[in-house]
Design a protein around this ligand. Sequence first.
Ligand code: GTQ
Ligand code: FE2
Length: 352
Amino acid sequence: MAVATAANPDAKHNVTGARQAYYDKIAKDSLAPLWEVLKGLVTPEPKSTVQPKVWKFDRIKQLMMEAGEVITAEEAERRVLVLENPGMPGKSRVTNSLFAGIQLILPGEIADVHRHVASAIRFVLDGDGAYTAVEGEKTMMAHGDFIITANWAPHDHGNPGKQPVMWLDVLDMPTINHFEASFAEHFDEKMQKANFEDGDSFERYATGVLPDGMPAVTNRSPVINYPYSKMRPILERLKKTGDIDKRHGARVRYANPINGGPVLPTMGANLALFPKGFNGEPYRSTDGTVFVCAEGKGRTTIDGKDYEWGVNDVFVVPPWKRYQHHAAEEAVLFSISDKPAQQALGIWREGN
Ligand code: GTQ
Ligand code: FE2
């Protein structure tokens, strides 16, 4: 009898009665035979439960607005629809290491102050007039802005404007929970006191000078908001000078201005422009990646299948699945993954 376990569906060993009796016996001592599961544990190549998937924004927006009718931001604490990877339903994750969700805040609503060990990034999709406040800096959210809430940073959101505002949240909770290291707390006040003007951390830390003598915190960026209005012209410069990667297009990496490292130790992000007619060469890497279309439209071939995307659509590429981007018209893609965490552990790989 072959013991085919979830970890090792290809088990070939012929388990005789004596062997099985032995397995049954050692199980009572919380012991198990490695040789029955070894091939499932040490796979020759990454084996992923993550499935490719596109979430179309039109549909998300419609369903989010319905959420706005059934629950308030205050009742929900955060009104978020979780993007559940179809390969792992019920696990609240888009890849094995990352959570993703779409958050909606309606005019007049606030989402009050809390903090947690999980770090968050936000990529603003739709609507104007909402803010997020992180560690005392209140920043207005505009389409394409990339906002960071690092580990343990207090944060709250609000919408004093007239339009519903939606953004993508990506958090490293599955990573934190893998280590069983989660803490969280609420504050008594509903919103933080704004100690810093909008744009303060960007101007203070990301414009070529640094406050002299500042303590160098290097494992996270001090910048709260990397505004799209400041990033987009850089892509244009890369395009003009032909700095276009055959796989990734004209791409920048969001960096910690102190040392050029990733913005967070657990998550890293990029912004890429694909010129009209771009036909990307194949690429794969061990970091499963979440993409968001900020402008234009195109399609990505993942593992031989085409996935079409347009503005504000979100899609996920599983670890080590080969993909190629194609843009019939000029397009911009934001992307986020656990690459910095894998690099810190020395396990990140890429290929074609
Ligand atoms: O906005 O603070 O999607 O704490 C999940 C957890 C958003 C947030 C999420 C959170 C938040
Ligand atoms: Fe939060």
